[in-house]
Design a protein around this ligand. Structure first.
Ligand code: G3H
Ligand code: 13P
Ligand code: ZN
Length: 316
């Protein structure tokens, strides 16, 4: 059953976080649904502009509907990740998305507010939830390269004003993370103190953590042992910190890189060990299983595992 992210947040806030997994193909969709079924966890399926272009939006929509029919027990939202205004309007009109993200965080405050407000008006008229972003993450976001030095944490006063002025349903906050496999060096980590400050200004308001992959060290080592060339020491978000962020209002945890690492490890190891192989379904099956395992494990960390029936009762 597809519901809005707002409906999920209203039940989850402060108790657990929803894993928001980026998907691009059938195998990721199958693994995601299977992992959440095993964990009995609600979730957010998210699709970036790049994913819509890669698979074709009609193809993605059809695969999501097919997965929904195959796993009728599951409750999830379908979310456009990092949309610009035009893509958000397209997604709202398409009717497949129960939630969109307008990412105008690279714009000055006033333009970000104006753009977000236009999307909120269009989305709410169709019963679609809106996520917006304030502050700048480090790393690369959809063609906009933000120098690490300029990465700017979300300002609590601005966050309060932004939410009031736009009416968005959740806010992606910049609190030290960045997209991709290389997030932290040395003792850097999540700025939990900043999240707590923002929560004081916006109590019971859901925050979103982008760049929340954990980049497991053994995954990086296995990829490199099978011929990969990822930087050793690539470091992601500490899972214990993710747990600490939940009572501070972080209700959506974005995970893309960790799924890509699973894909890379499975395929590199498969063809290293079976150089004569060329049946794509063999590594495909392994990937679905390994991705499902990752999703199941992550649901436990996010405390969303086992919440499906309570959520269903709350939504009834
Ligand atoms: O935040 C961006 C997500 O990781 C999606 O990445 O634009 O390459 O699909 P993508
Ligand atoms: P990661 O690169 O840490 O997986 O972040 C994904 C994300 O924020 C998608 O919007
Ligand atoms: Zn993101």
């Amino acid at each position: 059953m597809i519901v809005t992210t707002k409906a999920l947040y209203d039940v989850a806030y402060g108790k657990y976080a929803l894993g928001a997994y980026n998907v691009n193909n059938m195998e990721q969709i199958l693994g995601l649904f299977e992992g959440c079924q095993r964990a009995r966890s609600p979730f957010i399926l998210q699709i970036s502009k790049g994913a819509r272009k890669y698979a074709g939006s009609g193809m993605m929509d059809a695969m999501i509907r097919a997965a929904e029919a195959r796993y009728p027990d599951l409750i999830f939202s379908t979310h456009l990740d990092h949309g610009d205004e035009k893509t958000c309007m397209d997604a709202i009109a398409a009717g497949t998305y129960s939630s969109v993200m307008i990412d105008a965080s690279h714009e000055p405050f006033a333009e970000n507010v104006a753009s977000t407000r236009r999307v909120v008006e269009a989305a709410h008229a169709q019963g679609v939830s809106v996520e917006a972003e304030l502050g700048k993450l480090g790393g690369v976001e959809e063609h906009i390269k933000v120098d690490e030095k300029d990465a700017r944490l979300t300002d609590p006063d601005e966050a309060e004003a932004f939410v009031k002025e736009t009416g968005c349903d959740s806010l992606a906050v910049a609190v030290g993370t960045s997209h991709g496999a290389y997030k932290f060096s040395g003792t850097q980590g999540l700025h939990l103190d900043r999240i707590a400050e923002i929560q004081k200004r916006l109590p019971r308001y859901p925050f979103v953590l982008h760049g929340a992959s954990s980049v497991p060290a053994d995954e990086v080592s296995r990829i490199n042992a099978a011929g990969g060339a990822l930087k050793e020491g690539a470091k992601g978000v500490n899972l214990a910190d993710v747990g600490r962020a939940i009572p501070l209002g972080v209700t959506k945890i974005n995970i893309d890189t960790d799924g890509r690492l699973v894909w890379t490890r499975v395929h590199r190891e498969f063809f290293r060990d079976k150089p004569e192989g060329f049946d794509l379904r063999k590594p495909g099956d392994i990937f679905v299983e390994e991705f499902a395992k990752m999703v199941e494990e992550r649901s436990k960390v996010l405390l969303s595992a086992g919440q499906l029936d309570t959520l269903r009762a709350a939504l009834a």
